[in-house]
Design a protein. Structure first.
Length: 72
């Protein structure tokens, strides 16, 4: 399932790149693209585990940039 999310308070292009690389390594994530200028994340996740994988994605984002939030 591919979905688009707004990233609130994403302050650093380098952090966005680091998030994208890390999220793409999470099991169950088929692809992730983060656009720093648009403050947007497009992610493709396996349907059956969507919520649990998104929780893991949000934890990773907080680890890289603690002020950044995913608007679901």
């Amino acid at each position: 399932m591919q979905k688009s999310f707004r990233l609130i308070d994403l302050d650093c292009a380098n952090c966005a790149s680091k998030m994208e690389r890390g999220i793409n390594k999470i099991k169950g994530v088929n692809s992730c693209n983060i656009n720093f200028m648009m403050q947007k994340m497009i992610i493709d996740i396996d349907d059956d585990k969507f919520e649990s994988i998104m929780d893991e994605v949000e934890k990773y984002i907080k680890k890289v940039e603690p002020d950044c939030k995913v608007k679901r």
